[in-house]
Design a protein around this ligand. Structure first.
Ligand SMILES: [Zn+2]
Length: 84
């Protein structure tokens, strides 16, 4: 994939999972700046506009693909949006 910002080649990869979980969340900046803790309840996840990022775990939990542009330091990924 070519970077849409600078046109250089991007490198495909995944977000490496932490030792205690196989997912991470994208949340809105406004939620992050107005709450002291990250959301963990269903209500908090909805309010924060959370999008689950599948970081994968072994061979049974596939990871969402992300592309990195090292030239302009952009990360672009395909994510699975929650059902609305
Ligand atoms: Zn770029």
């Amino acid at each position: 994939m070519k970077c849409p910002y600078c046109g250089e080649d991007m490198t495909k990869g995944v977000l490496s999972p932490s030792r205690d979980g196989a997912v991470s969340y994208w949340i809105t900046e406004s939620y992050e700046k107005s709450h002291p803790f990250m959301p963990y309840t269903k209500k908090g996840l909805l309010e924060s506009g959370a999008v689950k990022l599948h970081t994968g775990f072994g061979l049974t939990h596939p990871a969402d693909p992300f592309w990195l542009c090292r030239h302009c330091r952009k990360l672009i990924g395909d994510v699975q949006l929650p059902e609305e």
